[in-house]
Structure formats: C-alpha cells, structure tokens
Design a protein around this ligand. Structure first.
Ligand SMILES: [Zn+2]
Length: 369
C-alpha cells in the first residue's frame, strides 16, 4: 500500500500488487479530493477564440451571450495545430476579456507536441512502445509529426509550469486536450525508462510482466496524478482564485474516459459524440460525475452553413436539455495542413451559425424547457 501526496491537492491512492506474474494485482485510485470548480463553471456558455479575436470580445459576450472563452493559443509548445502566441499576447487577451467580464480558460495539449519540440533535448520524454520506439503520428490536418509524451517524464512538470504561467497571467482555468497513451498498433501503454522505473518503485513489479489490465490501471492513475500536478501548480500560482481544471475525456478507451480521469477534474469535458443517443449519453455522464459541471464541445460535421447550423442547433438542444454546458467553435477548425488551426468560416461572418449561437446562448432568447 502506497500513499502519494501531490502538492496542493490531496491524492490518496492505494496500490495493491501481488507478484510480477500478475496473480494478485490491483492498482486503483480509491479517494481523490480536488478543489471544487468555481460557481460560474456550472452555467458556462463557452466560445472558442484565438488571440486574433481580441477585438471581438465585446461581441463574444454581448452579441452572442458567451460567458467563457476557450483560448486556443499556446505560449511554448504547439501540437502542430493549436495557434502559437507569445505569453505577452495571451496576457493581453486575458486582461481584455476580464475587462469585458468574460472568463478565460486556456488550451494546452497535455500529451502531444510538434516535431520541432521533440528534436530538441526532449526525445527521452516521449511515450515508447515495447521495443523502445517513440510514439508519433501525423494526422491529416497537421503538417508535421506529432510526438506523444509521457506523464512520468519531466514533460509533466513542463506542462504544469506552462499552466502555472497561464494562471499567473490571470487565466481562470486550463483545458488539457488529448490526455492519453497513444501506442498505435501495439499494446496501449508506455514502456519508457521512466515508466519502468516508477512502476518498479511503486509496485515492486516489472511493467513488461504484469497483465494489460494492471498496467493500464496504473497508467491511468499516473495520468490522473499528472492532471493533479498541473492543478497544484496553477493553484500555487493563484491560491485565492478557484480555477477550472478540465480535460477532453471523451474517449471510450481504457484510460481516456469519465470513470478513470473524471475524478481528477473539477469540470468534465467531452466531445458531443453519442449520435442519436446524445442526450441519454450526457445524462448518464452527469449522473456519474458527482454533481460536477459537464462541458460539451460541439464537433458537428462542418458542411455548408445551412447544414452545419441545423446540426449545431440539434446538438445544442440536447446539450442544454441534459443540463450540460455547451462549447461552440466560434471559428470552424481548418482541416488544411497548409493552414493549421482555424479556417475562415465563423459565427462572426456567417449569420446562419451566429444566429444559432445567439438563440441558445443569449439569456431569454430561447424558451426554457
Ligand atoms: Zn512512460
């Protein structure tokens, strides 16, 4: 039995493990206490933004009814998609948003970084498969390789330090994207030297020798502890301000899901998914998340504006009807690798999309059910 204390936030995890043959192996987080979300998170109406939208903040709030901005702008590590911006610009954006009475949650990819970051001194931070190969891939909409980094490596402190910087700049929270292990074509896991060493220290076992189930439970706990480390670093930077700590946990995999990672977050976050069963899916999430707010990003397929607007409205109806909080792309993402980040179509330029957001976001503009 091992107790782990993570700075700022108490995590008590019991790790029971038998011999290295995996005969009696349990790696469970039993009790996780985290600071509750600020009250405003429970009624959030979220719109995405980049630093280029600094001149649109009054519209964001007054014309469209948003209460929170999810800022896609990273100060030091992009994932080959999220727009980069200096910390100075991010700070200016946050200050201006606060003057407009908007909250700002900053985006950070908690796992993936672009190729140029890997080529520096950070190769040893990468997640590795069983043969020791670093995990990388190149999605169609990204120009360069993405590398996945391990939460048991110094990468975790690196992410915590970036999030702490956001908090110092006034951010009201952080959104951690893509929290997962990204082994492709093999065992979903990380077998890097850091994981081998930490697993041995914590359990006495060998990470190669235990069952998949035992290893995945342990890795899920490690990822959760990484999230807590990030939260702890932000809380230390701004001890008097309650913060949102959320992560995209929409997946159905063994680690990236509400059950494993939800306990480490004070706001839950998922992509819509669910298809025709969306409202039921969200209601089930809400029942399972112990009263924590649930934010849901609209990832409607982006076609022509009328079709996109119809699909967005249907999703918003379900999200708000379930009691969750919606997050809408103010500008639709670009799928062109030559132009990563966001495209041209936005609620500011396309009235069909803008009207849908107004209808569901502005107080009193929609009949409450
Ligand atoms: Zn590792």
């Amino acid at each position: 039995m091992i107790r782990c204390l993570v700075s700022g936030i108490l995590i008590v995890a019991w790790v029971l493990i038998g011999d290295s043959q995996g005969e009696e192996t349990r790696v469970d987080a039993k009790e996780i206490k985290i600071a509750p979300a600020p009250a405003w998170a429970a009624s959030a109406r979220v719109l995405s933004a980049t630093c280029d939208d600094i001149g649109r903040l009054a519209d964001t709030k007054d014309r469209f009814g948003a209460t929170v901005v999810l800022l896609y702008a990273v100060g030091q590590t992009s994932n080959g998609w999220c727009p980069e911006a200096s910390y100075e610009r991010i700070g200016e954006f946050i200050t201006r948003a606060h003057e407009t009475e908007l909250k700002v949650v900053c985006y950070f990819d908690t796992t993936l970084a672009e190729e140029k970051f890997f080529q520096g001194a950070h190769c040893e931070w990468a997640q590795q498969d069983q043969s020791g190969k670093p995990i990388h891939y190149q999605p169609k909409h990204i120009r360069q390789q993405r590398y996945a980094f391990c939460f048991n490596s110094p990468w975790s402190k690196y992410v915590a330090s970036a999030a702490s910087r956001y908090a110092q700049l006034g951010a009201d929270g952080v959104f951690l994207d893509n929290p997962d292990y990204y082994t492709f074509g093999g065992k979903k896991s990380c077998f890097c030297a850091n994981c081998q060493r930490c697993f041995k220290e914590e359990t006495g076992g060998h990470i190669f020798a235990v069952t998949d189930d035992t290893r995945l439970k342990w890795l899920g706990k490690c990822l959760g502890e990484h999230i807590s480390r990030v939260h702890g670093a932000m809380g230390k930077a701004t001890p008097d301000r309650p913060l949102v700590v959320t992560a995209n946990i929409c997946g159905a995999g063994p680690i990236r899901n509400m059950r494993v990672l939800g306990p480490y977050l004070n706001v839950l976050f998922r992509e819509v998914g669910g298809g025709a069963e969306l409202r039921k899916t969200l209601e089930a999430d809400l029942r399972a998340c112990s009263g924590k707010p649930l934010w849901v990003i609209m990832t409607t397929p982006w076609g022509d504006p009328p079709e996109t607007a119809r699909s967005l409205a249907a999703q918003l109806e379900d999200v708000l009807g379930s009691g969750a909080c919606p997050m809408v792309w103010a500008t639709l993402p670009s799928w062109n690798p030559e132009r990563p980040g966001f495209g041209e179509t936005s609620i500011y330029s396309e009235s069909l999309l803008g009207d849908v957001v107004k209808k569901f976001y502005l107080p009193g503009s929609r009949t409450q059910k």
